[in-house]
Structures are given as structure tokens and as C-alpha cells.
Design a protein around this ligand. Structure first.
Ligand code: PLP
Ligand code: COI
Length: 339
């Protein structure tokens, strides 16, 4: 039996038995296979190591009450990694290949999918890297696509208990850069500001739009949303934030399941008082309520620093209910994994 403290999972690397790996060479992907080896043997000159030619994804497998396993919108992750790959001149992974790799990894590691009761999930990390012998600044001759997984609990400690965030002076992405692609460089540039935020006891940074520093963009590891005092679900629109699958799902659910108005629009950092509630949303973050935001000398509290707001709670219940198979999902959102 697997020796894991299922009820106290955090968001940490745990080596699970199997991962999928496939190689692209001479214009074609090989079949790919599962392996027990969690190390990669690559050329010292790989573009992924020098020039950041890599991109990744994050999605989860959810254990239903009846013991079955759900995936949430994996086709959207497949399409997003194609867009990220396109931005960095890497070969596209066909959608079917991506979804089958994810399913194979879940199946092979099925005993690591936490129980429904634990509230944990199996986090999957698909990764595409440029490898091979090259040294000029140009696309790699070969690529590796791998998918590994681990059981996880909440990303921000506290789960549905609000935590506080900190407006950074740094940018995670440039106005016409790679902010909308899920590429490692965006996260490398968020490490120092993220550590600054942690040192000041905040959960993470809020980044402003890189051109004017007047509008909220997103959190270093999740998107931002707010609920206005007249019950509109609002999330920032910007070409330099990650197009979050959770955020687009919440825009749909807010409008079609909860009867709220839902808008993607500018969110000005000096107008946070328009929101009665706020949160961070993403695959890892799920929905993490934001207690308050520190912006320079100003500390703005939304609903409460200790209690989740009622609309955020409803959104959380709707979203996670769908993911865990307790609430009827919109057509095409749930893929099941037959073990
Ligand atoms: N924004 C950033 C910077 C992220 O890393 C993530 C996580 O994937 C998100 C937003 C949320 O995206 P998604 O809901 O697709 O996981
Ligand atoms: C995710 O939510 O999947 C992420 O990638 C966020 C973070 C762990 C980088």
C-alpha cells in the first residue's frame, strides 16, 4: 500500500511510479511509453536549459464518490500547450496524444489518486522541452514531451480560508511578451518577487499590467477575480496574463449556473473597493479567497480576512462539485479515466 499522509497533502513533489515520455525527431513524434525513471538524460546544450525553450501544463485527476476518476477539460490544456509551443517555435503535440498520455499516466498511477473524502487530487504536469545538440539562439533539433503526476492538497495554505496578497513593483511578463503562454521564463521572473511576498507573510504577488502599472493582471500562480457589490463576477482582460481554464469555467458558471453577471474587463488597482469579494483561481489554487491586498501603504480588505464570502463559496462548491462528479457538468467538460 502507498505510504502517504492523505489528509495532510500539500503541494509538494512526490515521486509516483510511472510517467510518460515521447520524443520528437526529424519532424515526427514517436509512440511514447511509460517509464519508471524520473530523470531525463539530455544534451548539455539543450535549448530548454539555455534559452528557456520549454512550456508546461497543469491539470488534475479527481476521485469521484463512486471510486471512478474524472479529468476536468483536458482538451483545453491540450490546446493551450499547442499555443505555448507555437509561441516558442516548438512542435505541436496532437490533442489526442496529449489526452491519451494524461490518461495513461493516471491509469498507471491510479492508487495515487486521493480518495474523494480526503479532498485531495492527482496533479498532472505535462512538460515540453527543446533538447539535442545546438548552441546558437535557434529552435532545438529535438523535443521531449513528458507527463508526470503527484497527489496534492491545497496550493495556498488555508484552502477556503482567505489569505493576503501583495502588489509587486516587478512584472512577470512584458506587454507583447510571453505572459499568455505557459512558459518557464514567466515563472523564473516571478521567483524573486514571490519570495519577497512570502518574506512579508503574503501568499503571493499580484502583478499589475506591465505597460502602465495601473491595472490588476494576475497572481504569480493563478488568475484574479472579484465579485462587485452588485453581484458581477469580474476578471481582468489582458494579452499578458495566462488564459486560465479555471477562469473561463468560472465566467461560464457564474453566468449560467449562479445567475450572476460575468465580465472580463479592466480592474484598476486604485478601485478595489468596487469588489465585495475577491479570489485567486487556477488548477493548483482552485478558488482561494483573497482576504486583503497590500498596495504600497494601502491595505484593502475585501469580504473578511478570516471568512470566505458567500459568492466565492458558491462558486467553489459549483466548480469542485463538477470536478468531483457531484454536480452535473456542462457538456464536454468531464473526461473519465477507465482503470
Ligand atoms: N495564471 C498563472 C500564472 C498560472 O500559473 C495558472 C496556473 O495554471 C493560472 C493562471 C490558472 O490557469 P488554469 O486555470 O488553466 O490552471
Ligand atoms: C497550475 O495551477 O497548474 C499551475 O501551473 C500553477 C503553479 C503551480 C505554477
Amino acid at each position: 500500500m502507498v505510504n502517504i499522509d492523505w489528509n495532510n497533502l500539500g503541494f509538494e513533489y512526490i515521486k509516483t511510479p510511472f510517467r510518460y515520455i515521447s520524443t520528437w525527431k526529424d519532424g515526427i513524434w514517436d509512440e511514447g511509453h511509460l517509464t519508471e525513471d524520473n530523470t531525463l538524460h539530455i544534451s548539455e546544450s539543450s535549448t530548454a536549459l539555455h534559452y528557456g525553450q520549454q512550456c508546461f501544463e497543469g491539470l488534475k485527476a479527481y476521485r469521484r464518490k463512486d471510486g471512478g476518476i474524472n479529468l476536468f477539460r483536458p482538451d483545453e490544456n491540450a490546446k493551450r500547450i499547442q499555443r505555448s509551443a507555437h509561441r516558442l517555435l516548438m512542435p505541436e503535440i496532437p490533442v489526442d496524444k496529449f489526452i491519451n498520455a494524461v490518461k495513461d499516466v493516471v491509469k498507471a498511477n491510479a492508487e495515487y489518486v486521493p480518495s474523494f473524502e480526503s479532498g485531495g487530487t492527482l496533479y498532472l504536469r505535462p512538460l515540453l522541452i527543446g533538447v539535442g545538440d545546438t548552441i546558437g539562439v535557434k529552435p532545438a533539433p529535438e523535443y521531449i514531451f513528458t507527463v508526470f503526476c503527484m497527489p496534492v492538497g491545497p496550493y495556498f495554505k488555508g484552502g477556503l480560508t482567505p489569505t493576503n496578497f501583495y502588489v509587486s513593483d516587478y512584472d512577470r511578463a512584458a506587454p507583447h511578451g510571453t505572459g499568455a503562454a505557459k512558459v518557464g521564463g514567466n515563472y523564473a521572473s516571478s521567483l524573486m518577487p514571490g519570495e519577497e511576498a512570502h518574506a512579508k507573510k503574503f501568499s503571493d504577488c499580484i502583478y499589475l499590467d506591465p505597460a502602465t502599472h495601473t491595472k490588476v493582471e494576475e497572481v504569480g500562480s493563478a488568475n484574479f477575480f472579484g465579485i462587485t457589490k452588485d453581484n458581477t463576477f469580474v476578471t481582468p482582460v489582458s494579452p499578458s496574463i495566462l488564459p486560465s481554464i479555471t477562469k473561463y469555467s468560472l465566467l461560464y458558471l457564474a453566468e449560467n449556473h449562479l445567475g450572476l453577471k460575468a465580465e472580463e474587463r479592466d480592474v484598476f488597482v486604485d478601485n478595489l473597493q468596487e469588489f465585495a469579494e475577491a479570489g485567486a483561481c487556477g488548477t493548483a489554487a482552485v478558488i482561494s479567497p483573497i482576504g486583503g491586498i497590500q498596495n504600497g501603504d494601502d491595505f484593502h480588505v475585501f469580504y473578511s480576512e478570516t471568512e470566505v464570502g458567500p459568492v466565492t463559496k458558491k462558486l467553489y462548491e459549483e466548480l469542485t462539485g463538477i470536478q468531483f462528479g457531484e454536480v452535473k457538468a456542462p457538456e464536454g467538460w468531464i473526461y473519465t479515466v477507465e482503470v
